[in-house]
Ligand binder design. Structure first.
Ligand code: NAD
Length: 358
């Protein structure tokens, strides 16, 4: 790693975890989440100009490793991300990620970044962007079931973008709830720690499930869900990994990101292949209705889609301009004489030959 770059052309900006924290702290997290939501909204509004494919998943008994590519024919982005619920027992993150943003014209990467934090922020921004359209007007109470890595980001986005004033926390592990309550103290939110999921959803207009378990779990059952709520189901995002009883889906209007991926990974994997869903971008574009009545149950069956990561990297690139919240990575072999890759190798090899190699 080098800073500053020896050759601006060959070294690409890299945003480390530390720099991601420094940059987003300098901007302020609520503003980052608001601006990210605006970038995602702008890209959803030009949905049809993107190349889209369900993400490429490599499954193992413990989890999944996924590549999430997309392009708007000017830029190309991909994210490497995993999902390993069993990592918790090894004191490792369930989800870690990094990503690349490239120039389609040359194929050269323009930016590389950590995306564990950026994923938590873009997922929270997406949840709130959707809830702002679908949740009941004047939603003030959020139930947050699953108080792990995503949970505080989800809560702060709902507070900032949707005006949530109270969060009701529940996790199967009380220490996770204590952690989230501690982290959210000072946000101005009223924080209620709950002993059951039933208790957590009392009086909530928005119910977010963000649990991690590599199985078909039933975090919410049909009898728990009253009329008029908005459910933001983000934890079920893999084949065989769901959070809601299928009866809830039958009573809800279901909104998804990209149906071909959602049908493989989302809550709707439990339903027949022709189960009706609405693509959320069409609501933003005014082509399809969002919430139609006070009694309607709206359900965002979120799995996380590549365009959200594209938007997040695009945002990051814009925000980095003129700052020093980056390093430069020497990862492109780019000889001055473009066809003389071997010559470049011999010159560098000669210059470094004196170093002992064991
Ligand atoms: P995490 O492991 O940090 O937290 C998950 C929490 O869920 C843990 O605290 C665990 O104790 C709790 N939990 C497990 N089973 C539960 C149950 N039955 N009831 C209540 N709580 C339970 O994981 P994370 O990084 O916060 O991610 C949460 C989920 O969100 C994961 O499944 C992840 O794959 C998913 N995710 C989705 C998106 C998206 O875009 N939709 C993005 C990021 C993560």
């Amino acid at each position: 790693m080098t800073n500053p770059p020896p050759s601006a052309r060959a070294c690409i900006p890299f945003v480390s975890v530390e720099n991601m924290v420094r940059l987003t702290a300098a901007i302020g997290l609520p503003r980052v989440l608001t601006e990210l939501a605006a970038y995602i909204e702008a890209d959803f509004l030009r949905w049809e100009s993107f190349e889209k494919t369900p993400r490429l998943a490599s499954h193992s008994p413990e989890g999944v490793i996924e590549l999430m590519p997309t392009s708007d024919h000017v830029n190309y982005a991909f994210k490497y991300v995993n999902g390993h619920p069993s990592n918790l027992k090894r004191s490792l993150q369930t989800v870690v990620a990094f990503g690349v943003f490239s120039d389609v014209r040359t194929g050269y990467p323009l930016l590389m970044a950590e995306m564990t934090l950026l994923t938590a922020m873009r997922t929270a921004a997406t949840s709130a962007l959707v809830a702002r359209r679908l949740a009941p007007a004047k939603s003030r109470v959020l139930a947050l079931i699953g108080n792990g890595a995503q949970s505080e980001f989800q809560t702060i986005a709902m507070q900032t973008i949707c005006g949530i004033e109270e969060v009701r926390l529940y996790d199967i592990d009380p220490s996770a709830t204590r952690k989230a309550a501690r982290n959210l103290a000072g946000t101005g939110l009223k924080i209620i720690s709950c002993a059951t999921a039933e208790d957590a959803i009392l009086g909530a207009q928005i119910i977010t499930t963000c649990t991690a378990d590599k199985q078909n779990a039933t975090i919410l059952t049909d009898n728990m869900i009253g009329a008029g709520v908005h459910i933001n189901a983000i934890g079920g995002d893999c084949p065989g990994k769901t959070e809601l009883h299928s009866d809830i889906l039958k009573r809800s209007d279901v909104f998804v990101e990209f149906p071909p991926q959602a049908r493989i990974e989302g809550e709707i994997q439990q339903m027949p292949a022709d189960f009706p869903v609405t693509e959320f971008w069409e609501v933003l574009a005014g082509r399809k209705p969002g919430r139609k009545s006070e009694s309607q149950i709206t359900l965002f069956d979120s799995v996380g889609f590549a365009i959200e990561d594209f938007s997040a990297l695009r945002y990051l690139r814009d925000k980095l301009e003129g700052t020093d919240f980056l390093q430069y990575l020497d990862i492109l072999a780019d000889p001055d004489d473009t066809r003389d890759l071997y010559g470049m190798w011999t010159r560098i090899a000669a210059a470094t030959a004196e170093r002992a190699v064991r």
